[in-house]
Design a protein around this ligand. Structure first.
Ligand SMILES: [Zn+2]
Length: 436
């Protein structure tokens, strides 16, 4: 049988099917999809490929899924560090956004983030920001998969003036993108403290009707929880549950400050948690009790949050931080092992985003969203256990090749859809403006 591509690799970690690692296997790709996974020799007999990639020092993995970010905020990386969350938001980030937010800001910031993500092995990102149409345009143009949140917030911005127009514009963006194979469009109400009941109920109704996910920051800080308790004698989770938001299409980002009751209530709804450990650490927001949430049966995915509070979109760094932090918080070194962390960065993200039928594992029938990591470097030698090595010792500079839906976006370390010199020029000009 004739096929487009065979990738031979030293190790293939499909992620689904219980953290198996196949040695000296080949991944067979045709028409943008994975069609087979079998030993090198058998692949050679069974298929004739237009291209054969020989990656004999490498591990192949499903592309990493960054389940929560604000791509455009890459333009504000490092502009206001070492500040408490509310000071950081109210006195730095929001005024800068108010002054500079525009289509051009989102276009260039998103391109910068996409370049960083592809180079670091991320093949899909779940975004929440203004001008979702522009974010989607950039993702499609550069070939990366994206879940582009239809932002909803009570106060006016350059994107929309009130909650009605946020929803109206969001629905128009959804309509325009609904046939794009790389794009999905969840509703993205910003947070319990910035969106009131009526728009939340509306977003839920439309999400149900159109079968869209919902993506929201929830229980980010103790302050948020206390404020809600004072107002309504409910935690934000209880309020969202009462409004009918919590169900298997809901993604709650952050989820620090959880009581046992919160965890039990949340687990019963089938909703997902997006864990962003580095952002929580940097803003001193608190800790998500990861081991307890997983034990309760909650699907937990992993995200970096925006570059202004991290300060990178590095899913390798995020995996390591999540693993280490989970052990410290649980007081148990055996809590949340490396293979669980890798699932959080891949298949669990696909489940949270509602796209596990398309991506998240190297499974026949799914899109060929694949990354290769060169493990021959001295920093990852000796190598006893590839998954453990990838989570605890490898870094994103070891990612050499990246495919999304069978299209190669990174080839031996070089981006194929982004001109770095031109991108750098645009970023320098934004730096000058934002600092002025
Ligand atoms: Zn966020």
């Amino acid at each position: 049988m004739k096929v487009d591509l065979i990738i031979q690799a030293r190790w293939i970690i499909p992620v689904e099917a219980n953290s198996v690692t196949h040695e000296n296997h080949a991944l067979v790709i045709n028409d943008g999809k994975i069609i087979d996974l079998l030993p090198w020799l058998q692949a050679g007999h069974k298929y004739q490929a237009n291209t054969v990639e020989k990656l004999h020092d490498h591990a192949l993995l499903p592309g990493l899924i960054n389940s929560h970010t604000h791509a455009s905020m890459n333009l504000m990386r490092g502009i206001a560090d070492d500040l408490p969350l509310m000071d950081w938001l109210q006195n730095h980030i929001w005024p800068l956004e108010q002054k500079w937010m525009s289509e051009a800001f989102v276009r260039d910031g998103t391109e910068l983030a996409i370049a960083e993500m592809i180079r670091g092995g991320t093949t899909c990102f779940n975004d929440m920001y203004f001008f979702p149409d522009i974010i989607a345009q950039q993702a499609i143009h550069h070939g990366i998969r994206a879940s582009v949140g239809l932002i909803l917030i009570d106060f006016p911005t350059v994107w929309a003036e009130n909650s009605e127009s946020y929803i109206e514009k969001g629905l128009a963006v959804h309509d325009q993108l609904r046939h794009e194979p790389l794009i999905s469009t969840p509703f993205a109400p910003h947070a319990p403290y910035t969106v009131s009941d009526q728009p939340l109920i509306k977003a839920r109704t439309f999400a149900d009707e159109l079968e869209l996910q919902l993506h929201m920051h929830v229980h980010e800080t103790a302050h948020e929880v206390e404020e809600q308790l004072q107002k309504t004698q409910q935690t934000p989770i209880q309020r969202l549950d009462q409004l009918g938001l919590l169900n298997p299409s809901f993604m709650a980002v952050h989820m620090t400050q959880l009581t046992k009751q919160d965890i039990k209530l949340f687990a019963g709804t089938g909703a997902h948690i997006i864990h962003c450990p580095e952002s929580n650490l940097k803003l001193a927001s608190g800790f998500c009790p990861l081991a307890q949430c997983i034990d309760a049966g909650i699907n937990v995915a992993l995200g970096t949050d925006g570059a202004a509070s991290n300060n990178d979109l590095d899913m390798f760094g995020e995996m390591r931080t999540a693993a280490l932090l989970a052990k410290a918080v649980a007081g148990d070194a055996s809590a949340v092992p490396a293979n669980t962390i890798l699932e959080m960065a891949t298949i669990n993200g696909a489940k949270a985003l509602g796209i596990e039928h398309k991506t998240g594992s190297l499974t026949a029938g799914k899109a060929a969203d694949v990354i290769a990591i060169d493990l021959s470097a001295i920093e990852t030698q000796p190598l006893y256990e590839p998954i453990s090595q990838i989570v605890y010792a490898a870094n994103r500079q070891q990612v050499t090749d990246v495919w999304v839906a069978g299209k190669q976006l990174l080839k031996q370390g070089e981006l194929t859809t982004i001109n770095l010199a031109e991108l750098s020029e645009k970023i320098t000009s934004w730096q000058t403006k934002l600092r002025s």
